[in-house]
Structures are given as structure tokens and as C-alpha cells.
Ligand binder design. Sequence first.
Ligand SMILES: C[S@@+](CC[C@H](N)C(=O)[O-])C[C@H]1O[C@@H](n2cnc3c(N)ncnc32)[C@H](O)[C@@H]1O
Length: 378
Amino acid sequence: MNLLDILKFSEEYLQKYSFSKPRLESEKLIASVLNIDRIGLYVYFDKKLDKNEKETVKTYLKEMVTKNIGFDELLKEKGGNDLDLKDYREENRFILNKSIEYLEKYGVPNARIDAEYIFAHILKTGRNTLTLTFNRKIEEKELQEIKDFLRARGKERKPLQYLLGEWEFYGYPFKVDERVLIPRPDTEILVEQCKHLVVDMEKPKICDIGTGSGAIAIALGKELPQSQVLGVDISESALDVAKENRKLNGADNVRFLKSDLFETLKDEKYKSARFDLIVSNPPYIPAEEYKTLMPEVLRYEPQNALTDNNDGYEFYERISKEAGNHLVPKGYLAFEVGYNQAEKVSEIMRQNSFDVISVVKDYGDIERVVIGKKREEN
Ligand SMILES: C[S@@+](CC[C@H](N)C(=O)[O-])C[C@H]1O[C@@H](n2cnc3c(N)ncnc32)[C@H](O)[C@@H]1O
């Protein structure tokens, strides 16, 4: 029985006994039992009630009917003893504000947003609906969990995404931990562009080089159910996460393979495979710049996912050089690039028989995606 079912049941029950506002009375009763703000009740319309909650609602309904009184009166009669009627909103806001201050003290950017995510995660609600649950008491166990998360986020500067264990990319959930790079919003632009390139093909074959969590491969596989996607990565542990994410998203048209760029694809078994699109968000941060990154990135994200320990162009060179051998004629090569890299990457692609057909900017007006098309050789 979910919240809407019990509301309906309660309304009909009170109606049968001629209560004048059966819907309102039912809402007040159920909101109190579930410790939810009445106004926010419908946000939780599909919440399943446990046995205890159902019994409590039924008991109060019976009492209201027997005594022929509304829910407010019933509460007054009980002196608020049975239900915890204290309004915790102020107290909880205070705890939230203190948490934000704590994160700020440790230099966490966007401290409010992170604190809200942490509270929402522990209180098992969404960030947008957090304040609606704030009229209930935060239990001691939950407070302890919040404190542990805050310490990890603040003092230890662990990325929020690793703490939560799951993060959304292109509208799909992805498990993330220290084995994989956290998928970034900029990469969604790459996915969007790739989708447009092959959406009209009957059965496009796509290869994602350096798949990490599987974010690009799985998002494309889900968006293009007619496609066949292969994600490759050199890191076995990253591939374990990618496989979990394939399962989580039910992306049956996506496969993963361990390979140092195209190495495994040269094996007998794969060597005839030709892709319509090769996409990659490779490690592109130059070695010098890598040292200056935020503690969240330096301490927790895999180094080999971020930097080539060189000038930042090594993977663009290596991939561009070989991609042509694995593409169909006029196949596409799409890269995410770092700040200021678009021009040189375009040049590398041209030198390797690709016509650069577009360079796309991200939301911060930075050239972020470079797309090439395999040139037809005479
Ligand atoms: C920037 S991350 C991209 C992860 C994911 N595709 C994304 O966009 O969120 C780069 C990925 O390349 C992988 N990688 C690094 N060197 C590689 C190599 N030689 N061959 C294949 N993958 C490699 C890393 O393990 C990492 O998962």
C-alpha cells in the first residue's frame, strides 16, 4: 500500500462516517504519522508505508470515528504524547547551517550544495525535497552518519560523488568510486554530439576509448538502443565499475574490453571490426598542471584517468594515428579536449587523415569537443 492508496482509503473511510472534510483530515493524519509536511505530502505519493505506519493510521482513524472528532482535536486530546509533534524545522536548519560552515572552514567549494546532498542522502530523500522532511527529528544514528560524511567531505576533501557512491550522467545513474573518474557535465556535450552523428544510422557501431565508469558508452548505448557499443580501458578495476553500471542501467548493447587503446582490437577475434564512430575522453591534463589540481582530484581520482604525464596531447596523437584503421570509410572520431587544446588536437587529427567537421563549446564557452571525419583517400 503506498501513500496515495492509504490517503484514498482514509478519505473514503471518513466520508462513510460523514466527516465534513475527509480529504483534509486524512492528509493531516497521514502527514503526522509519516512525519512529513502536509504541503509536501504528494511529493511522496508512491512511498510505501510499513506495517507499523499502516496500523497507526488505522488506529487513529478508528479513534476519530468513535469519538467523532477531527485529527487536530484528537491530537489535542492526546496532549501530543503519542506522536512526536514538535516542529523540528528550526533545529534542523540550524544543524544544516552549522554543517555548511564546517565545510566552508575546510575550503569546500559549493558547501551548501554538498551539505544538502549529504543530508538528503542520509535522510533518504531528494535534495529538492529536503526541507519538506525537516519537520521530523533527525535521529541520533542519522546525525552520526551526517557527521562522518561531513568529516570525509570537509577535513579529508573526499569528493561528494564518491561519498554518495552514485552520480547522474546524461540522466542515467552511475556508480562511482575511487577506481574511476567522476563523469563530468562537460562530457555530456560529447555524448550529445556523438548521438547526433550516428542517430540516423541503422545499427551504428561505436567504440569508447578510455571508458572509465562506462559513462559515455552506456549513455550512448541507452540513447541509441539500435547501436552496438564497445568500451575499452586499460584499467581492469575501472572496467569492473563499468560492468556494474551496465547492469544498473540495463544497457545490454554495451560491451567492455580490457585494452591499451587499440591493442586488443588487433587480436584475430576483433581485427575485422570496423566502427562508425570512435569516441574518447582521454587523460589530457599536462603533467605540470596535474600537480596544481584540487585536493579532491589529486587525492582520490585515478591519476592515469587524468594525465598522460606528458604535454597533454599524447593520447590524441596515439588515438588519431590508429583510429583510421578501426573506422569504416568516412567514420567519425570525436574527442573531448581540455582548455586551449582544441586547435592543436584539430591539427593532430588533420595530420592523421581526418577532416575536422566541428569544434563545439561547453557551457563555459570553452572549446570542448572536436569532431573529425575520416578522409577519403584517393
Ligand atoms: C578522462 S578518463 C575518462 C573516463 C570516462 N570515459 C569519462 O568520460 O568519464 C580516461 C580513461 O582512460 C583510461 N586510460 C588511460 N590510459 C589508457 C590506455 N592506454 N588505454 C585505454 N584506456 C586508458 C583511464 O583508465 C580512464 O578510465
